[in-house]
Design a protein around this ligand. Structure first.
Ligand code: BG6
Length: 517
């Protein structure tokens, strides 16, 4: 990460310490962003509202342009109308404003197939027109299904403007391949047109404020780091629970399944942030080096291990927040006999000095009871039970890093319950972002932070190719075994529950239990 820590003015006067954070000054060079799939779902829901928001907050330079590139025939004016409609639906900022006038003048459209050379000639001409002097940097944003990437990379490689642009960058959305081999092949194609330092692989979890805070919390506070190891920690749980189903993404999800969709990327990133060693510095490669070391030390899983210590699930019909929802197999574009998993639970070991023998339990699923993403660090019991077994803390000391929806850090401790008896009583020490940071702090959306970082050239919150491949190496054996083993009991959990019973058994068999809410 470049040194973009905000200035902190600390004045220690008497007993209270005044700490003011000055807003960071953001300098972004003039740019043209070409959005491949500029009228698709991701563009309408996330990218265009985020760009509009950045413009609204005056975080973009005066000189920028956005080119939507997609197959439907449209004029610039029609594209502007489409974007306006998308903003009205998905943007938190008011669209009827002077800002919309300013933003809409920056929107352009090129129509054409991604596999058609003439489209690229039109795109090239548009880029030359808008380039200016000196030429702006060009950001190619891939908001397209992965099967288009090989043809796009091939053509970008030959596109004149690619070679002559002052600076060009590529932003690419997950999934990065379907397994390690295809991720390596995809990278080979990309690397014909772009160098590694021009590539920004987005995992939107890294843009979440609470996820970024994991490193700050671990390495800015001296009291936790000495405890952050096998001597004091019993186990770690990471949960990414969703109430959402697969929305309208049946076709994608049937191909992907839960491990490719969430475990290989978002969960591996969370695991690495909790488990990694302190980086030598806060520069992007130091941080990414440490993450890769974690993936490489995750114990590889053989057939028997996968059978014993991973659990697959698929949801049946049920109720979420009082509403009936259909089974996965009844969703649009899924097969009535589908064996695609929508739930994963599993135990991982990180075979290094810090974590040897400490289990990391990961659990994620669609249509679970609540939407919760959190990491909980479960500390060991004290060495002696001084207060007898009757008043032992049921939930020992747990440090909970809440990612969403509660953006907070909680430490569960035990205190003496007031009274004549010797009763332990569980209480929580809680830091909550919204409640405890009073400066009306702005919580940037994940995409806001990531787009700005890409424009600034900061790679810290983006995945690196060796990391991607190492993450695939962790999950490939699970995917392969699950795909090759006939599934007999799907659906094995009802929507609106915490997943299959086997996931609870996984913990009970080891004398532990999942956190519940
Ligand atoms: C995406 C997955 O990467 O992350 C989706 O493709 C999932 O299936 C989403 O719903 C979850 O993101 P968030 O930010 O809502 O936790």
């Amino acid at each position: 990460m470049e040194n973009n820590t905000p200035d902190i003015n600390t004045d220690v006067s008497g007993e209270s310490q005044v700490c003011r954070i000055f807003p960071e000054k953001i300098n972004i060079d003039p740019f043209i962003m070409v959005i491949f799939g500029g009228s698709g779902d991701l563009s309408r829901r996330k990218l265009l509202p985020t760009l509009f928001h950045l413009c609204h907050d005056q975080n973009l330079p005066d000189d920028f342009a956005i080119i939507g590139f997609a197959s439907s025939a449209r004029s610039d004016a029609e594209y502007r109308a489409l974007v306006k409609k998308a903003l009205e639906e998905f943007s938190a900022d008011p669209v009827q404003s002077e800002c919309w006038e300013r933003f809409s003048r920056k929107l352009f459209y090129v129509s054409g197939g991604f596999e058609d050379d003439s489209s690229y000639r039109r795109l090239s001409a548009r880029l030359q027109e808008l380039a200016g002097k000196p030429p702006k940097q060009v950001i190619y944003y891939m908001a397209v299904p992965p099967h288009f990437l090989p043809s796009i990379m091939e053509r970008l490689r030959y596109c004149d403007f690619c070679r002559t642009a002052a600076d060009k960058r590529l932003v690419i959305e997950k999934p990065f391949g379907r397994d390690r081999a295809s991720a390596a092949e995809l990278n080979r194609l990309i690397s014909h047109a772009f160098e590694e330092d021009q590539i920004y692989r987005i995992d939107h979890y890294l843009g979440k404020e609470t996820v970024q805070n994991i490193l700050f919390f671990r390495f800015a506070n001296s009291i936790f780091e000495p405890l952050w190891n096998r001597r004091y920690i019993d186990h770690v749980q990471i949960t990414v629970a969703e109430t959402l189903g697969i929305e309208n993404r049946g076709r994608f999800y049937e191909e992907a399944g839960v491990v490719r969709d969430i475990v290989q990327n978002h969960m591996m990133q969370l695991l690495a942030l909790v488990a990694m060693e302190p980086p030598t510095g806060f520069e992007s490669d130091y941080i990414r080096d440490e993450k890769v070391k974690v993936y490489r030390t995750i114990r590889s899983m053989d057939e028997e291990y996968i059978r014993k210590f991973t659990v697959a699930g698929q949801y049946g019909a049920g109720r979420i927040n009082g509403h009936a929802v259909p089974a996965y197999r009844e969703e649009k574009d899924t097969s009535p006999q589908s064996t695609t998993p929508t739930f994963f639970a599993g135990k991982f070991y990180i075979d290094n000095w810090r974590w040897a023998g400490i289990p990391f339990y990961l659990r994620t699923g669609k249509r679970l009871k609540k939407r919760i993403t959190e990491i909980s660090i479960h500390f060991r019991q004290p060495p002696l039970r001084l207060f007898g077994t009757t008043c032992e803390l049921r939930d020992r000391n747990i440090l909970v890093l809440g990612v969403q929806p509660a953006e907070e850090i909680t430490l569960h401790i035990g205190v003496k319950h007031p009274g004549v008896g010797n009763q332990l009583f569980p209480v929580d020490m809680v830091f909550n972002y919204e409640r405890d940071i009073h400066d009306h702090v702005h919580f940037p959306l994940a995409y806001e932070r990531l787009l700005l970082d890409c424009m600034k050239g900061d790679h810290t919150l983006f995945a690196r190719q060796d990391g991607i491949e190492a993450m695939w190496s962790v999950v490939d054996p699970v995917i392969e075994q699950w795909e090759n083993t006939p599934v007999e009991d799907f659906p094995n959990y009802s929507a609106g529950t915490w997943g299959p019973a086997a996931a609870d058994d996984l913990m009970h068999n080891e004398g532990r239990r999942w956190r519940t809410w």
